[in-house]
Design a protein around this ligand. Structure first.
Ligand SMILES: *Cc1c(COP(=O)(O)O)cnc(C)c1O
Length: 357
């Protein structure tokens, strides 16, 4: 017997989630591969985290992240009982699967989307069903419902496509879904609207948010779930007891108490999103309209495959993301929107690469 056979067969068979590359901090790299924010967090947030470093770290943090829930309730117009806090929003996704999915039950989402849902479903012993997006990226509501899924995930704006389905199709899904609908709003701060108003209409809706993208705090690991208090109460049962550490709670409260501090960065990213899209179109990439902090660009014909683009840019110190699956992504590159200087460097590198072909 090899020791590997002691592992659950479903885990042996799965490959695990593949995150984007995180280079060593000593390397000078332009990092446009994991949709992090190019700007540093506000000074007030850094100060709050530093202030939390001290003697009190010998104590456990507040188990339910109550100060964070209270600050988030104020910031988003909700009640603290509607809010769960996680070690990143990925922690919320785990809580959701633990709460709603037993072995053999179905979880569904439209494809392509965030691939972690499939990984987490497999770990939970559930069955994952991918449904292709309808024409023009419309939500395939009927097909999703027909899966009988206990949990349906919709990312809005979606990754890696950047498009946002109409909120009314989320409402339609909530009305007809046999279980809960999870609206993953990791990129909502870059979008013109969001699903928070729907919470008052639908008890089976869970919205997830993260501080990793719009709030420059991917390293802190802070995420939220917004839902009906009855569901929140059940979800608290499956949470790791102290799932959000004291430093993360301190930073999150400071960020929530001064959301305005992020406005200028959000505006700058939206401006660079427009500029990057326009400039890539001039270079014969086809860029899908994006409501997020990344763009999905179809590679111009007669240049190179995605793997080669990835390698050529990496050789010039620029990381982007390329997905070979599903087939519709195989001729596209996903590029996070960086600062103006990073976009300059990317465009210069692309010009150099094209000139050498
Ligand atoms: C980045 C991302 C997350 C993860 O957020 P964390 O808070 O860093 O765990 C969740 N969902 C989607 C769609 C994402 O792109």
């Amino acid at each position: 017997m090899t020791v590997k056979n002691t592992v659950r067969p479903s885990i042996q068979k799965m490959s695990g989630y593949t995150p984007g590359e995180q280079p060593k901090t000593t390397q000078r790299i332009i990092k446009l591969n994991t949709n992090e924010n190019p700007y540093p967090p506000p000074q007030g947030v850094l100060d709050a985290i530093r202030d939390a470093v001290g003697e009190r770290l010998r104590l456990y943090p507040e188990p339910t992240s109550k100060p964070v829930r209270e600050a988030a309730a104020k910031a988003y117009g909700l009640h603290p009982d509607q809010i769960l806090v996680g070690n990143g929003s990925d922690d919320l996704l785990t809580m959701i699967l633990r709460t709603f999915v037993d072995a053999g039950q179905v979880v569904a989402s439209a494809d392509p989307t965030y691939s972690l849902y499939q990984t987490l479903t497999t770990i939970q012993g559930g069955v994952f069903r991918s449904i292709p997006w309808d024409a023009e990226g419309a939500l395939p509501v009927q097909a999703l419902i027909e899966t009988g899924a206990r949990v349906i995930f919709v990312v809005r704006p979606n990754s890696p496509t950047g498009h946002a389905v109409p909120l009314e199709s989320i409402a339609d899904l909530c009305v007809r879904a046999p279980g809960v609908v999870v609206l993953d709003e990791a990129y909502a701060d870059f979008c013109d609207d969001n699903g928070i108003p729907l919470l008052a209409r639908f008890k089976n809706l869970i919205i997830t948010r993260t501080f990793s993208k719009s709030f420059s705090l991917a390293g802190l690991r802070i995420g939220f779930g917004f839902t009906h208090p009855e569901l929140a109460e059940e979800m608290h049962k499956v949470r790791d007891s102290y799932n959000v550490d004291a430093l993360a709670q301190a930073g999150a409260v400071a960020a929530l108490n001064n959301l305005k501090a992020f406005d200028a960065n959000l505006e700058a990213i939206k401006q660079q999103r427009t500029r990057l899209s326009t400039e890539l179109e001039k270079r014969h990439f086809k860029v899908a309209p994006s409501q997020a902090n990344f763009i999905l660009a179809r590679i111009p014909a007669n240049t190179m495959g995605g793997d080669q683009w990835l390698a050529e840019l990496k050789a010039r110190g620029i990381l982007i993301r390329y997905f070979t699956k599903p087939a519709e992504l195989a001729d596209k590159l996903r590029i996070s929107v960086g600062s103006a200087e990073e976009v300059d460097a990317l465009l210069a590198a692309i010009d150099e690469i094209i000139a050498a072909i």
